[in-house]
Design a binder for this molecule. Structure first.
Ligand code: DX5
Length: 234
C-alpha cells in the first residue's frame, strides 16, 4: 500500500549521484588497460571499449589477451562491443564482476537477437544486455527489442576513436527514448565533456561515458568527479 505523505512534508531530494560518469577505457594492451583503470580508482562503473578492426576501423586489446584479466572487485563492468561477432566476445570475456554487454544493434541480424540474449543469460544472473546504437541508426531499430533491457547506449560520435566531437543532434534520440522509457538507463558515449554534459543530461542521458575529458587531464579521477558534479548540478 502506498504511504500517505503528510501535508507540508516534502519528498526527499533526488539522489545527488543520479548521473554517473563512466570512464571509457580504450586500451591496446592489458597493461595499458590496468594503468587506465588504476587512474580512476573511485569510479564505480568502467566502460571497456573493445574493437576488432572489422566493425570499426580500429583494433583494441583482444579476447585472448583479456582471457585472464581481472577487474577490481565491486566495479560494474560495461563491455562496449564494437565487434562484428558479438556472440564470440560475450561467450569468452571475463565476467567475474557485475557485467553489462553493450551490443551494437547494427552487428546483429534480427534473427540473431534471441541468440544474443541467450548468450548473455548463459553468463549468469549478474550479467545483462544493453543495446548500443550508432548515430545514423534510428530508434525503431531497437524499440521492438527492449523487453527486459534496462540500458541503451546512444553513441554521440561514430565509434572507432577517442577525441571526436560530440554530435548534439543525438539529443533528439535521447529525448525520445527518455519520454518513452522513464526508467531506462540512457548512457551516451563520444565527445562528452564539461561543455555538453549538462545539455545531454537535460535531454535524458543519465550515464556519461568519457575518455578524452578524463584521460587527457593530469588527474583523471579529479576530472571524473568534476564532470559528475557538473552533470548533477552540485
Ligand atoms: C568511441 C568509443 C568511445 C571513446 C570515447 O569509439 O566508443 O568510448 O573512447 O572517447 P571520447 O570521450 O574521447 O570521445
Amino acid at each position: 500500500m502506498a504511504r500517505e505523505r503528510k501535508p507540508g512534508i516534502k519528498a526527499p531530494p533526488a539522489s545527488p549521484a543520479k548521473i554517473e560518469v563512466v570512464p571509457a577505457i580504450l586500451a591496446y594492451s592489458p597493461d595499458e588497460m590496468r594503468a587506465r583503470i588504476a587512474s580512476v580508482p573511485d569510479c564505480p562503473i568502467l566502460q571497456i571499449d573493445l574493437m576488432d578492426g572489422k566493425f570499426v576501423n580500429n583494433k583494441t586489446v583482444g579476447l585472448d589477451e583479456l582471457a585472464d584479466f581481472s577487474f577490481p572487485p565491486g566495479k560494474l563492468i560495461e563491455y562496449h562491443l564494437m565487434v562484428a561477432d558479438p556472440l564470440e566476445w560475450i561467450g569468452r570475456l571475463p565476467a567475474e564482476n557485475e557485467t553489462i554487454f553493450q551490443v551494437h544493434i547494427e552487428s546483429v541480424e534480427p534473427a540473431g537477437i534471441p541468440r544474443v540474449r541467450e548468450a548473455v543469460r548463459a553468463r549468469g544472473l549478474h550479467c545483462s544486455l544493453a543495446w548500443a546504437l550508432n548515430p545514423p541508426t534510428p530508434l525503431p531499430a531497437i524499440e521492438p527489442h527492449l523487453g527486459g533491457i534496462s540500458e541503451v547506449l546512444v553513441m554521440t560520435v561514430n565509434p572507432g576513436f577517442s577525441g571526436q566531437k560530440y554530435l548534439p543532434e543525438m539529443e533528439e534520440k535521447m529525448r525520445a527514448l527518455r519520454a518513452a522509457h522513464p526508467a531506462l538507463t540512457i548512457e551516451i558515449d563520444g565527445g562528452v565533456d564539461k561543455s555538453n554534459a549538462e545539455r545531454a543530461v537535460n535531454a535524458g542521458a543519465n550515464r556519461l561515458a568519457a575518455a578524452s575529458a578524463l584521460f587527457k587531464q593530469k588527474n583523471p579521477q579529479a576530472a571524473c568527479q568534476e564532470l559528475k558534479r557538473l552533470a548533477n548540478h552540485i
